[in-house]
Design a protein around this ligand. Structure first.
Ligand code: ZN
Ligand code: ZN
Length: 160
């Protein structure tokens, strides 16, 4: 199976246009997943967007999120905050627990939770990680779709 070249599948224009460009049926699962992705998530490394660990692909060609922007222990990306150019994407990562259908102790705290981290940690986690109940339902669906692309990215089917 030929790898999909995301740069050729320009994510602009009406959805119908994009679908017709994806009609060669060489990789149906992948096409289905990416056909409806909004431009902001198209061609983004699925590990970068949906996991706290770096992308395991040594030759990852996809766009990466800015790690400083996503660092829960600092305010954000210094370049971006100072109005300088930063080549990375300034999107926030998806909360990994919620992606795995687990309860996030910050978004849905329960009595028995250990108070390991203070209110500042909670504030910064809630600000810097995207949670299901606090984001647009469509956006959550797109983030789940991107998470499914991790496997295809690893297999090299989605890496351009
Ligand atoms: Zn990657
Ligand atoms: Zn940055």
């Amino acid at each position: 199976m030929a790898p999909i070249n995301a740069t050729k599948l320009v994510p602009t224009g009406p959805i119908e246009d994009r679908k017709s460009r994806l009609n060669d049926n060489s990789d149906t699962d992948l096409h289905e997943l990416i056909a409806n992705l909004p431009p902001r998530f198209f061609g983004v490394c699925p590990f970068s967007l949906t996991s706290s660990k770096p992308c395991p692909l040594p030759n990852c060609q996809l766009a990466l999120l800015c790690t400083a922007h996503n660092d829960e222990s600092i305010p954000g990306c210094r370049d971006q905050m100072q109005g300088n150019y930063c080549p990375k994407l300034h999107e926030y990562q998806t909360c990994e627990k919620e992606l795995r259908n687990e309860r996030c102790p910050y978004a849905a705290p329960q009595k028995g939770d250990k108070k390991k981290h203070g209110p500042e940690a909670k504030k910064s986690h809630m600000r810097k990680r995207i949670h299901k109940a606090y984001c647009d339902p469509e956006e959550w669906k797109h983030r789940e779709a991107v998470a499914k692309l991790r496997e295809m990215h690893l297999e090299g089917r989605y890496n351009e």
